[in-house]
Design a protein around this ligand. Structure first.
Ligand SMILES: [Cu+2]
Length: 149
């Protein structure tokens, strides 16, 4: 039957390399395994087209991209406090994400999308010291020596 073989052909065509997009949950917490006022996990690696799903672990946090810490042309995002936003990242590269009210306390997470090397200038000197230190720790933990301060 023609329709059936057309359907099979469609399935076969989409099967090889058809990796289903992944969703990674990142929780916003007052206390986590890496200290207080944190995103968990604080480092995520995934493929272009995958999605970050932010979850409220504890209240009074949000998720927003840090200006300048994303691939060129990225349109950015900013969740409201206690908003469980989902963000799909298509562009390969590194993304720095903050909790707006707790940036000064170093509440950040780092995402690597696709094949990418950390840019030479990624951690802005204008960021609070605790944030720069935190990104350095995350980078060191992930083996991204170029992110170390
Ligand atoms: Cu917060």
């Amino acid at each position: 039957m023609r329709l059936r073989s057309a359907l099979i052909a469609l399935v076969l065509m989409s099967a090889p390399g058809a990796v289903l997009a992944e969703t990674v949950e990142v929780r916003m917490l007052n206390r986590g395994t890496n200290g207080s006022v944190v995103f968990e996990p604080d480092y995520v690696e995934f493929a272009p087209g995958d999605t970050l799903q932010f979850r409220v672990g504890h209240r009074s946090h949000n998720a927003a991209f840090i200006e300048g810490m994303a691939p060129d042309g990225f349109e950015g995002f900013k969740g409201q406090i206690d908003e469980e936003i989902a963000v799909t990242l298509d562009r390969p590269g590194f993304y720095g994400i903050k909790c707006s009210p707790h940036l000064g306390m170093g509440m950040v997470t780092l995402v690597k999308v696709g094949e990418a090397t950390a840019p030479d200038v990624f951690i802005d000197d204008a960021l609070p010291a605790r944030v720069r230190k935190r990104f350095g720790e995350i980078g060191a933990g992930a083996g991204l020596t170029r992110l170390a301060p």
